[in-house]
Design a protein around this ligand. Structure first.
Ligand code: PHE
Length: 345
């Protein structure tokens, strides 16, 4: 009969060499399988005498128990190793930094627009929005700028299909807004009862064929319009002075109305501001065009220029933003460089 101790030792060695559960099952079959070595020994007992059966059978059983025990230990060891490997591969390093949520912020020009809206809002101006793709009528003709007018050459723009163009200023909103307002009050106006004053600002994007450090083909403007029966240039001066002083938080800022020309206002003025202190102190800085709305424009609003009068202005929010934050190149606003924009968060 086979040496049982040697058989058990061999089983232990084979099990120890099995690196995977599948290998281990193969090794088990060699000893405990249907045609395994221990099974064969058991089968061999049949040819022995009753006494021999007893002693040999007991010895084989002991060997079988030892092999089964070794198998069980190896199974457990392999399962433990597998679990360990899995845990390691799925390990979470709780000491790693978490995902960063960097807070966004408004674009500096948007902050200026919100500021403009808040300040004019406090003075009773509503805010209107209008199309960036305009008709020739609203952008030019209705604003007293007929097709052959030389002022058009300063407003070269991008023309799109169907005779439309990208608006060169926000002034078309003077007409668009006034026409709507007048329509709502037509009956009262015709009956001589008048209408509530028009007091509106219209911020938005505008376009011109122009590009350098202080001009961008797309830029922003904010139109202002105040029409009533008794609105004068004096009111324009008060409103715009108040606006500039609040906007720049500078009570001693002064304004200069420099005579100028726009086809849609008469008289017209460029508005310059001067700071009393700070890096820009003592310099005149142009911030807006303005003037008393031309009678032809008042007529195109659907109103009688003998009765209705007022003023309009158009300012450059990009310019105001540059002045407020000391930015020297307009293009920085539109490059989308996060290092620049993050400074305004
Ligand atoms: N629309 C003019 C421009 O873009 C500015 C302006 C607006 C002037 C309103 C007078 C009144 O240059």
């Amino acid at each position: 009969m086979e040496d049982l101790d040697q058989l058990v030792a061999q089983a232990r060695a084979n099990f120890a060499q099995s690196a995977t559960p599948a290998d281990l099952e193969d090794a088990k079959a060699v000893f405990l399988g249907k045609s395994g070595r221990l099974t064969a020994l058991m089968k061999g007992l049949g040819s022995l005498s009753a006494d021999e059966k007893k002693t040999h059978g007991a010895a084989i059983n002991l060997a079988k128990q030892a092999v089964e025990e070794a198998l069980q230990l190896r199974r457990q060891a392999l399962a433990d190793a597998e679990l360990e490997r899995q845990l390691r591969s799925e390990a979470i390093d709780v000491s790693l930094p978490g995902r960063q949520h960097s807070p966004g912020g408004l674009h500096p020009v948007s902050m200026t627009l919100e500021r403009i809206e808040a300040i004019f809002g406090s003075m009773g101006f509503e805010v209107a929005d209008g199309p960036e793709i305009e008709t020739d009528w609203f952008n030019f003709t209705a604003l007293n700028t007929p097709a052959d007018h030389p002022a058009r050459s300063m407003h070269d723009t991008f023309y799109v299909e169907g005779g439309h163009l990208l608006r060169t200023h926000t002034s078309p909103m003077q007409i668009r807004h006034a026409v709507q307002h007048v329509k709502r009050h037509r009956a009262n106006i015709d009956a001589g009862r008048g209408m509530p004053e028009i007091r509106v600002i219209a911020p938005g994007r505008t376009y011109r064929v122009d590009s350098d450090a202080t001009h961008s083909p797309m830029f922003h403007q904010c139109e202002g319009l105040w029409i009533g029966e008794n609105v004068s240039f004096k009111d324009l001066k008060v409103v715009f002075t108040d606006f500039c002083r609040s906007f720049f938080e500078s009570g001693d800022l002064v304004l200069r109305f420099r005579p100028s020309f726009f086809p849609f206002t008469e008289p017209s003025a460029e508005i310059d501001i001067q700071f009393a202190s700070g890096p820009l102190a003592g310099r005149w800085l142009e911030v807006a065009g303005s003037g008393q709305v031309h009678p032809n424009v008042v007529r195109n609003m659907g109103l009688d220029p003998e009765r209705y009068i007022g003023f309009a202005f158009g300012m450059g929010p990009d310019r105001l933003t540059m002045l407020r934050y000391g930015v020297n190149d307009l293009r920085l606003f539109f490059d989308g460089d996060i290092r620049f924009l993050a400074q305004f968060r």
